[in-house]
Write a protein that binds this ligand. Structure first.
Ligand code: PEP
Ligand code: MN
Length: 338
């Protein structure tokens, strides 16, 4: 950590800060400049509350250098994490993966039609919500485990893996036989009890960024899962809430390269929730691939306008097929395949 003192800080104030740093167990290296004194603290600063140093008299600012997350940090696995699945699919490798399906599972016919389309387009994962976190308690809440079974059957018929959201601890066990990748939704990014429990599961977890979650908070949330021994965590940028109202959320494309720099975990782009608008989804999907996303997660439906949830952001199957062709060109341009 670096503590920069104010220009007019007195010797007493500087000594008091040094004492506080030493007391916290860090070695202090002092640099006395012509106008300003800088104190560099080396040692166990990762879990230190740097805020308390900021309050000391004479301090200008405090800057933390080492990250508060360890297992999620790039240094833990400099080569990057690749999560592998039973159908041979990988997320985090050279190939950009495609995860597609409806927001909500509605019927067997719907899932079979979508699974065939995803397979034909070259996708590897079928997504679908069985437990839906709806903003209104009166909106469709999902088909639950019977729906998940329908998705699992459709996926297996086409050699696809399944992705579905888990909203609470009690759903993990019944979902296990039908779920290849557990999704933690934006609303649960900081449901720490759920994250801890998923740390004990031996299946990969797709952790979505919360609408008000910073990148550091997302990485700390992933640390909860990894601390339990489950290192198969995949992060997802799905848009955050800003003052902009033209789109449902503001898709933070910059989060993709930032996360690649800070962490070894793969990162998925979700342009469906990222924009909330069908007409904007392909543009943001392309931007995400160009920015280095390891997979694209997208909502599709044969009768998109009639989808039980998130209809406005759901692509028709033909639109999805066309988008995948375009994504492939972008992937090639940035040295990847799709
Ligand atoms: C979803 O994937 O359908 C979903 C509810 O996503 P999010 O948690 O990002 O809103
Ligand atoms: Mn949705």
């Amino acid at each position: 950590m670096i503590v920069a003192m104010q220009e007019r800080a007195t010797e007493e104030q500087i000594d008091a800060v040094i004492d506080a740093m030493v007391e916290a167990g860090v070695n202090v290296h002092r640099t006395t400049g012509a106008t300003q004194t800088i104190l560099a603290g080396v040692g166990p600063t990762a879990n230190l509350d740097t805020g308390k140093f900021e309050l000391l008299p004479g301090v200008l600012y405090v800057h933390r250098i080492s990250s508060p997350y360890k297992l999620a940090g790039r240094a833990f696995r400099p080569e990057g994490t690749v999560v592998e699945f039973a159908n041979g699919a990988k997320i985090g490798g050279q190939k950009v993966a495609v995860i597609a399906g409806p927001c909500s599972i509605e019927s067997s016919e719907q899932m079979l039609a979508i699974a065939a389309c995803v397979k034909k387009a070259g996708g590897e994962f079928l997504r679908g919500g069985a437990f839906k976190p709806r903003s209104s308690p009166y909106a469709f809440q999902g088909m639950g485990i019977p729906g998940l079974k329908l998705m699992h059957e459709a996926a297996r018929e086409h050699g696809l893996m399944t992705v579905s959201e888990v909203m609470e601890i009690s759903q993990i066990e019944p979902m296990l036989p039908y779920t290849d990748l557990f999704q933690v939704g934006a609303r649960n990014m900081q449901n720490f009890n759920l994250l801890r429990e998923l740390g004990k599961v031996r299946k990969p977890v797709l952790l979505k960024r919360g609408i008000a979650g910073t990148i550091e908070e997302l990485l700390l949330s992933s640390e909860y899962i990894m601390a339990g021994g489950n290192y198969e965590v995949i992060l997802c940028e799905r848009g955050i809430r800003t003052y902009e109202t033209a789109t449902r959320n503001t898709m933070d494309i910059a989060a993709i390269p930032v996360i690649h720099k800070l962490s070894h975990l793969p990162i998925v782009g979700d342009p469906s929730h990222g924009t909330g608008r069908r007409d904007m989804v392909p543009a943001l999907a392309k931007a995400a691939v160009a920015a280095g996303a390891d997979a694209i997660l997208v909502e599709i439906h044969p009768n998109a306008d009639k989808a039980a949830s998130d209809a406005a952001q759901t692509l028709y199957l033909e639109q999805f097929e066309q988008m995948v062709v375009e994504l492939r060109a972008i992937a090639t341009a940035v040295g990847r395949t799709l």
